[in-house]
Design a protein around this ligand. Sequence first.
Ligand code: KIV
Ligand code: NA
Length: 268
Amino acid sequence: MKKTMEYLHQKKRDGRKITMLTCYDYPTAQLQDEAGIDVIFAGDSVGTNQLGYKRETSVTLDDIIHHLKAVRRGVEHAYLLADMPYRTYENADTALATAQMLLRNGADGVKLEGLHEEIVAHLYNQGIEVWGHLGFNPQYHEKAAVQGKTYDSARVLAESVRSLQAAGACMVVLELIPEELGKIITEQVTIPTIGIGAGRFTDGQVLIVHDMLGITPRELRHSKNYGHVGEIMLKSFQEYASEVEAGAFPNVSNVRHMKAEELSQLMR
Ligand code: KIV
Ligand code: NA
């Protein structure tokens, strides 16, 4: 079954949690899809996690499309979301062009950061599924910091989510906010909320695949290492190098042979 926006909204109404992970490549997409992840997300975190950029602001539309196309080839059932990179939605026209490019390259919906109601409304009116993203916004905030900790900032944040919903956003990602605020916002809107570092009560959760697999070793309160893939990779590389250097790889079982008469001709 192909997971639609209607499916994701039904999950919220049923009180069933929505699962989402970032994804930047074909084999990972295949595995996430097989695992039944609801939303597979070509995020601009590809920049820092996969491309070695210092910040999300370096990610271009071409970068996202390159990875989105690979992910698309691996996704059969999940909803495929793509990020609108920094400065690719500065006005309604550029935003529409960007969104259409992402949809043409396999996205089911697009996500943008911040409170851009006019742009959301413009895309919504074109029939595009637009996701909002509030709280910590890596494209706009220099440093990762919890947002909405005070009464005033929490009120503004909750109001912003309601404004995005009113403008036509179909989903919203909430990043790095207190759990209490995540719960309040989730109860105030009919669109599903997906949290990352937003506590237990959002309608769904998203993690960065490199964090949850332990590819990039770092300690994050909001994440969890479900695997130690970085360690497995490092060990494999070290073992390969030492076996090649020791002449232990390839061994007799890894090689192919010539027929004796061909060989004797060759040696003549
Ligand atoms: O690009 C990304 O990984 C994101 C998530 C943090 C939601 O936007
Ligand atoms: Na992002």
